[in-house]
Design a protein around this ligand. Structure first.
Ligand SMILES: Nc1nc2c(ncn2[C@@H]2O[C@H](COP(=O)(O)OP(=O)(O)O)[C@@H](O)[C@H]2O)c(=O)[nH]1
Ligand SMILES: [Mg+2]
Ligand SMILES: [Zn+2]
Length: 374
């Protein structure tokens, strides 16, 4: 920031002038109000990141949105990818006189952080969204339907201590008989999570879903490209605000029309974040997320002979015994092992990488490179 800008910035809208009601409607609840106290200086105001662009952020301070950039000091102090703001984050900013631009000075503590393994070669986290209360894990009933993938999403969501909601879309494409067969397969999720079979075409299930949505809570739409996330958001908004994917007929794959994540508030008061589909969903550094998602497996592990049983080759493994007896579904067991193994592998690679990176400031440079590419 130039010294002239510094000068200007002394004359800004104060935190106290932030309309508290408007902030609350964006999700700024007591938890954040409490956390923000120690961070706020007189000329700072609070805003939520509603869109992330290449080198700037669109933020909303309650009523108006403005473009903001990171302060030099903020950038200097960044150690790795999770230190950057992401959509959903609460930040404290300084606005300039005309309130057309702002500088981001810091991020408030996060209530939750959704992240996955960076889909590139780098063993790093990629941030999806912050401060999410509920995540809608969405799959369509066509070729996209894959329980193993759904488990992957649930591990990621549970790991972040976000409440998952399972949504099965495009039910208009199958008969009611086929739908009841799929519902049977969903029993295991059905019992644990809110579950909504829906159709954006016939509106089947939409009311039921709407009835569950709470105001001032933040929801994130997750799922492969083409499952109907943006279409659902447009329906909830009551207008076609966002561009929808054209699915290629041949392979059922959607193009990635939603390239950015953005946050928007519905008239009903719920806050939504739409995300682009994810081709690859790597999880790592997971513990509680895996345990919560596969709780039926974990419940047997206490009866294994060894405390550190990996449920693979060990003798007297209660999990394996339950699989052999058909108590635990073999497919679920295999998926559990696969995700566990993958996570452990990435975690080791990450530790190696962190060690090597420490001496240099490579992490930051890599990140800048990768954001420029996107
Ligand atoms: N048959 C059917 N098609 C849908 C439904 N919801 C969305 N679509 C179509 O699926 C395609 C992808 O939708 P989109 O909302 O962009 O998916 P996203 O990539 O998950 O955001 C579009 O052509 C939509 O018209 C649905 O419930 N049933
Ligand atoms: Mg979309
Ligand atoms: Zn075991």
């Amino acid at each position: 920031m130039s010294s002239k800008q510094e000068e200007q910035s002394k004359d800004i809208n104060k935190f106290s002038e932030n309309d508290t009601k408007a902030l609350e409607q964006l999700g700024f609840d007591e938890w954040f109000q409490d956390k923000s106290k120690s961070y706020i200086k007189d000329d700072f105001s609070i805003a939520r990141i509603i869109e992330v662009n290449r080198s700037s952020y669109k933020v909303c301070g309650g009523h108006s949105t403005i473009i903001a950039e990171l302060s030099g000091k903020f950038v200097f102090n960044i150690e790795n990818s999770i230190d950057y703001p992401t959509v959903g984050d609460w930040v404290f900013i300084q606005c300039f006189n005309d309130k057309s631009t702002a500088i981001i000075h810091g991020i408030l503590p996060r209530k939750s952080l959704l992240k996955r393994k960076d889909p590139g070669k780098a063993v790093e986290f990629q941030l999806i969204a912050a401060n999410i209360d509920y995540a809608l894990a969405m799959q369509s009933v066509d070729s996209n339907f894959d329980l193993n993938r759904l488990e992957r999403y649930l591990v990621m969501i549970n790991e972040s201590e976000i409440q998952p909601i399972v949504v099965l879309s495009k039910t208009d494409l199958i008969s009611s008989h086929e739908l009841s067969k799929i519902n049977d397969k969903m029993k295991r999720f059905n019992n644990k999570y809110l579950f909504f079979p829906i159709s954006n075409v016939t509106s089947y299930g939409i009311k039921a879903l709407q009835n569950e949505l709470k105001s001032n809570q933040t929801y994130c739409l997750l799922g492969s490209s083409g499952v109907g996330k943006t279409t659902l958001l447009n329906i909830l908004l009551g207008e076609n605000l966002f561009e929808v994917n054209e699915v290629r007929e041949k392979d059922n794959k959607g193009r990635h029309t939603t390239t950015k994540r953005h946050l928007i508030r519905l008239e009903s008061g719920s806050i939504f974040i739409d995300t682009p589909g994810m081709r690859e969903l790597g999880n790592f550094a997971i513990g509680t997320g895996l345990e919560e998602t596969f709780d039926e497996i974990v419940s047997y592990s206490s009866q294994c002979r060894f405390n550190d049983c990996t449920h693979t080759h060990e003798k007297c493994c209660a999990v394996k015994a339950a699989v052999e007896q058909g108590i635990i579904d073999e497919n679920i067991y295999k998926n559990f092992l696969k995700i566990q193994k993958e996570s452990a592998f990435y975690e080791r690679s990450l530790l190696d990488k962190r060690r090597k990176d420490k001496a240099s400031s490579k992490i930051h440079r890599n990140y800048m490179k990768s954001t420029r590419k996107k």
